[in-house]
Design a protein around this ligand. Structure first.
Ligand SMILES: [Zn+2]
Length: 389
């Protein structure tokens, strides 16, 4: 996995000169490449790729125009990169993805000094400094922001840029795979529902946050404040064109804010709960997790269910679980919503067609009995037909 980090640097005067000179040269080359291709086009000649331009520049142009030899004074990797960037701008234009490449203006452009790791000592990064090819050790303003080489992180490449007199380094880091945890060889099935938020096949149950005292109290309070707000609106209507109108209006604003704040508070608690659930589930490091493909849209259409479903944030849960699984290398299995996870006996495999929503206990003729949702979570865990998210 690759990750990029950008942070401010504190270069010496000498380094600043070098950076500015490199960026200036790169801008010149970028513009030169565009101008040269324009000229070729006008003469009816073939378009030049970055590679052939580089060959032409070194073997032909610089030989005949030694006054331009200063191009060679700066990092050749960086110069090459600016040709590639200009070439990319052209290919985007050819594919009709962007307009004709424009010349980069001094001080107004995003030209950067590019560097790449060529030998083992390049791009070495310590807590307080980074070794940038052609610049040497450069001080970092924020110590320890970029993961250090000693911790096992390798910087592959990066850029130095300047904005409003400040200098920044941006690096691309290869994050070692050891960061992915060793997974256990069990899987988890999760039955999501309205009674409990989640019943997990390892026996853990996650509560429905909306049934907690805390949320209930806040919901009650919210209702009270909302009622108060609508009363105030009524009041305003009655007082229409009367002196007290303005005061009532301010009063309403205050009340609107109160209601909004409560909404936020409740929403935050719900999101928190989702995050906690996701983290606690992946903490057990299962090699896979199976959930049902919830028909959230369908449930939302049901008037009685829609509020309960929306407030449980099932969709957010699934999105976050999926992201976490990807990050940690776990497989997220999605079972078709027609899979009879609740009606299947986990012991003998028979299907109980007359299972009602009110049946909290699953009792089978084979003698097996278990909590209905727990039985469903076991069936989800052992499902053999699924797609991978
Ligand atoms: Zn059975």
């Amino acid at each position: 996995m690759r990750k990029s980090y950008k942070t401010e640097i504190n270069p010496t005067q000498e380094q600043i000169q070098k950076i500015n000179k490199t960026i200036g040269t790169c801008r010149f080359i970028y513009n030169f490449y565009i101008a040269h291709n324009k000229e070729l086009y006008n003469k009816g000649e073939k378009f030049m790729t970055a590679k052939s331009f580089s060959v032409w520049l070194n073997n032909e142009f610089l030989l005949n125009s030694p006054e331009y030899l200063w191009i060679k004074d700066v990092s050749s990797k960086s110069v090459k990169k600016s040709m590639e960037n200009a070439y990319t701008a052209f290919t985007r234009f050819f594919k009709k993805q962007s307009r004709f490449p424009r010349f980069k203006k001094k001080n107004k452009s995003d030209v950067k000094m590019y560097f790449v790791k060529n030998n083992p000592k390049d791009c070495f990064c310590e807590r307080h400094r980074i070794n940038i090819p052609t610049l040497g050790w450069v001080r970092l303003k924020e110590k320890g922001y970029i993961p250090t080489t000693k911790q096992g992180y390798v910087i592959k490449s990066g850029t130095v840029s300047c904005k409003a007199g400040r200098y920044y380094v941006s690096v691309l880091i290869e994050i070692p795979d050891q960061n992915k945890p060793q997974l256990n060889d069990f899987g988890l099935g999760i039955d999501l529902g309205l009674k409990d938020f989640a019943v997990i096949s390892n026996g853990v149950t996650k509560k429905n946050i909306n049934k907690t005292e805390r949320i209930r109290k806040l919901e009650k309070q919210l209702k009270r404040e909302q009622r108060c707000l609508s009363r105030k609106y009524e009041d305003l209507k009655k007082r229409n064109n009367k002196m007290k109108g303005e005061a009532t209006r301010q009063n309403i604003q205050k009340q609107v804010l109160k209601v909004q704040k409560l909404h936020h508070k409740i929403d935050n608690i719900r999101t928190d709960h989702i995050n906690k659930c996701v983290n606690e589930i992946v903490k057990t490091k299962p090699s896979y997790i199976t959930i049902e493909d919830l028909n959230v849209k369908g449930m939302m259409k049901n008037k009685h269910l829609s509020k309960a479903v929306a407030s449980q944030k099932f969709y957010e849960f699934r999105t976050k679980l999926e992201a976490k699984c990807k990050e940690l290398g776990m497989e997220l299995r999605i079972v078709d919503r027609w899979y009879p996870s609740s009606k299947l006996c986990h012991e003998c495999g028979c299907i109980k067609r007359d299972l009602k929503l009110s049946d909290r206990e699953y009792i089978c003729e084979c003698g097996y009995h278990a909590d209905r949702d727990y039985n469903a979570s076991l069936n989800l865990r052992d499902a053999i037909s699924y797609k991978i998210a």
